[in-house]
Design a protein around this ligand. Structure first.
Ligand code: FE2
Length: 318
């Protein structure tokens, strides 16, 4: 960006100028409440898939990840995807969807799976959240191949994850709009016994697994699994819109196992109906998330990224 462009961006009104006002968000989406306790009300859910909790846990122990059937109704997923698209059209990153209760609630139907894998009273760190809008065009993609956290402490001795990344798409996701790909851990010869990565050995490309999923179906993976979002295509009929939250078992201290100043001032909270996340705390959590995952914000929001970072500086907890 040259000087003239910087000047013009600085003079544009910030789409987040009124972000600190509850009324701004409620005016944008009058049907999406913002309360103190986002899980106090039950999410609209399509429950039948959840009898599979044990199978999802077994899959995760064996292959490093699980995939559910849709856990929220298609119409609800569509409404939430539309809310994220509305933010993006205003130059506001998708992660700001987390001001609304519904984006926390939609993970609640996974409770039986999360309890099976992480134990009773599992937790989440409010800053460990992100959301994506990958446009249906050739130059758009999800995040490149990586492992979320390679430390051996991230998986228990029984093979159950101590940290679990759960990813919930709100649109149908296929290889044409940047679906997730994994190298299942039982096929991953570059994964050491303690999660460390040896030189990547991909001489058998058939081990790569694409994970197309319908809107509202969750994927979850342990932090050792190699995974990535694909590249989108002009052949795609819709964007890939999704939200991710890290969950962890309650004896897992993220400040200790994965220190990051982005989490300063936050402690992990039980993810249950008693969860308290008032509006101001959500803004601070979003600011923390932007500190943690900001790498692609300037490219994704060329006209507003300075305003976005200004918001993050203003609201980050110390
Ligand atoms: Fe990841």
């Amino acid at each position: 960006m040259d000087f003239a462009e910087q000047q013009s961006q600085a003079s544009l009104p910030s789409p987040l100028a009124r972000a600190g006002q509850l009324s701004f968000w409620l005016d944008l989406n009058p049907d999406l409440p913002i309360s103190v306790a986002p899980l106090a009300r039950t999410a609209p859910t399509t429950l039948p898939g959840l009898v599979e909790a044990r199978r999802h846990a077994a899959d995760t122990i064996a292959e490093g990840y699980f995939q559910t059937v849709p856990i929220i109704p298609r119409s609800h997923a569509g409404r939430l995807a539309q809310a994220i698209s509305g933010l993006v059209q205003r130059g506001i990153p998708p992660i700001f969807c987390m001001v609304y209760d519904a984006f926390w609630q939609m993970f609640a139907p996974l409770d039986p799976v999360l309890r099976e894998l992480l134990g009773e009273r599992y937790q989440m760190m409010p800053t460990d959240i992100w959301a994506w809008h990958v446009a249906p065009q050739d130059n758009a993609s999800g995040w490149g191949p990586h492992r979320d956290l390679e430390t051996p402490q991230a998986i228990g001795t029984d093979g159950r994850p101590r940290l679990l990344n759960v990813w919930l798409p709100l649109t149908d996701v296929s290889p044409l709009n940047a679906c997730m790909y994994v190298l299942p851990q039982h096929l991953d010869r570059s994964l050491g016994a303690e999660g460390e990565q040896k030189e990547l050995d991909l001489n058998d490309w058939q081990n790569i697994r694409a994970l197309p999923v319908p809107a509202g179906a969750a994927l979850g993976w342990n932090t050792h699994v190699l995974h990535w979002g694909g590249r989108s295509s002009t052949r795609a009929s819709q964007p890939r819109i999704s939200v991710g939250i890290y969950f962890h078992n309650r004896d897992c201290d993220l400040h200790e196992i994965n220190p990051d100043t982005a989490r300063a001032g936050f402690t992990s909270l039980d993810f249950d109906p008693g969860l308290q996340l008032p509006f101001e705390a959500r803004l601070q959590a979003i600011a923390g998330a932007i500190y943690m995952y900001n790498r692609r914000v300037p490219a994704d929001f060329p006209d507003t990224w300075e305003h976005i970072f200004q918001f993050a500086r203003q609201y980050k907890r110390n």
